[in-house]
Design a protein. Structure first.
Length: 453
């Protein structure tokens, strides 16, 4: 896809900020976005917050170097929460072993953050191949004290902790329970990626050669606050070896379906759980191939960064199937390539697949992509989704917020430009996975298919 040749109405690129000094390669999230706020990491362990509606700004301090950040899921419509509990909540972890949780509230053009939780575990992360992580349990605030469940990995991937965070309570005492990752003997026990399943009933943890699924349906924030939470045990373990390791990421897509990213062989794999809730087995895979400008294999690859779009799902699914929003993948350090991937979930049938890769398309950027966040957004009344005041529309867009070595920018794609449904061979009944995605090398100029970021 020649992104540079797309019509202006199909691709909008807007700059949010420019960095004075280039950033280094990083594995954790350096940008987080909601419909109201954009947050991105800057030097000195600070986080810049911008209100997308009124352009008010604030700085969050307290970490030495931001490793990862995430917004708490917003409460669904109809939740009867108190007004002070509806604040947007952001959590971030630092490489020195620190955790910070803030609530954000804007009023009369002023942005006022409040620190809900501050905890320094005291174990820094020194390994270059792992990163401190943070993830919120999906769903609304829980009934016990309007609290939310937060998972973190700190200290070289060794400290796995589940926290209870009370909304609206500033300077609260930490409440937590520890989690044993249950690494196989003789294997690397460092957790590289954590993610909750969409319904919030399980926590999935990726190690270098193993993926563990923990049943946390009985582990609530209220139980942690009351001191009655029992440490969950792994209910399913997926082990890999050979070229598949080390693993880089794991993303639950649907009940019983995991998307596993392998750094070892640049492969994305869909794994499905047996009908009896037992072990997982591979169902479909997609290889990511990178070709250097001289035609040789390019070995300088960045970690696999995956971002899933928020609901509602994109339109255009085939009859009898549901199409998950596209996955946005950043997978090459030199070329700054983005790959959009569509996963389809057919109607359940005995022995049939739960999900499969439908199609993928590659987009090349002019520089490395260090971190990204994606969301389905709709522009209304002519206002650009990034708050810049640009021309908008009524059609849904996939907004990809990217952190590059020297800038934070937003790419707004129309759905039709992300995935070409006419080339979806699997939708026509083919069972073979898509061909490997060949990404271009770093060199290129105008008309080479690179987005001028």
């Amino acid at each position: 896809v020649d992104v540079a040749a797309l019509a202006k109405d199909d691709l909008e690129v807007s700059t949010i900020t420019l960095y004075q000094r280039e950033l280094a390669l990083h594995r954790g999230a350096q940008v987080a976005v909601t419909s109201e706020y954009i947050c991105y990491a800057i030097k000195g362990g600070m986080i810049r917050i911008i209100n997308r509606l009124d352009a008010s700004r604030a700085l969050l301090r307290g970490l030495e170097k931001v490793s990862d950040m995430a917004f708490a899921p917003s409460a669904p419509e109809g939740d009867d929460l108190e007004e002070e509990e509806e604040d947007v909540v952001l959590a971030a972890v630092g490489s020195e072993g620190g955790l910070r949780v803030w609530s954000l509230e804007s009023s009369d053009g002023s942005l006022e953050p409040a620190e809900l939780l501050k905890q320094d575990v005291g174990t820094p992360t020194a390994r270059a191949d792992v990163c401190d992580r943070v993830a919120w349990r999906p769903g609304s605030a829980e009934a016990q004290g309007s609290a939310r469940l937060l998972a973190t990995v700190l200290g070289d991937g060794e400290n796995m902790i589940l926290w209870a965070v009370r909304l609206g309570v500033v300077g609260q005492e930490p409440a937590f329970t520890l989690l044993n990752v249950n690494a196989a003997p003789g294997t690397d026990a460092a957790a590289r990626s954590i993610a909750f399943t969409p319904e919030g009933g399980a926590l999935v943890v990726a190690l270098a050669s193993q993926v563990s699924v923990f049943d946390i349906r009985t582990v609530t924030a209220g139980a942690i606050l009351a001191g009655t939470a029992a440490a969950p045990a792994a209910v399913s373990v997926l082990s890999l070896s050979g070229a598949d390791v080390p693993l880089e990421s794991v993303t639950p897509l649907a009940p019983g379906v995991l998307l596993v990213g392998s750094q070892g062989n640049r492969r994305l794999s869909l794994w499905e759980q047996a009908g009896d809730g037992g072990h997982y087995a591979p169902a479909s895979r997609l290889d990511i191939k990178v070709t250097a400008t001289d035609g040789s294999a390019d070995g300088c690859l960045m970690p696999i960064h995956l971002a899933t779009c928020s609901v509602p799902p994109m339109v255009g699914s085939q009859a009898g199937e549901s199409a998950a929003p596209p996955l946005i993948l950043a997978c090459d350090w030199r070329a700054g390539c983005l790959v959009t991937i569509r996963v389809r979930c057919p109607e359940p049938s005995p022995g049939g697949p739960l999900a499969r890769f439908a199609c993928a398309r590659a987009f090349s950027a002019a520089g490395p992509v260090l971190s990204l966040e994606a969301a389905v957004e709709v522009n209304e009344e002519g206002a650009a989704a990034d708050g810049s005041g640009g021309q908008g529309g009524t059609a849904p867009e996939v907004s990809v917020f990217v952190v590059q070595t020297n800038a934070v920018q937003r790419l707004a794609f129309r759905d039709a430009q992300l995935v070409d449904e006419s080339k979806d061979e699997e939708a026509a009944g083919a069972v073979a996975p898509p061909a490997p995605v060949h990404l271009p090398g770093a060199a290129g100029g105008p008309g080479s298919g690179q987005v001028g970021l």
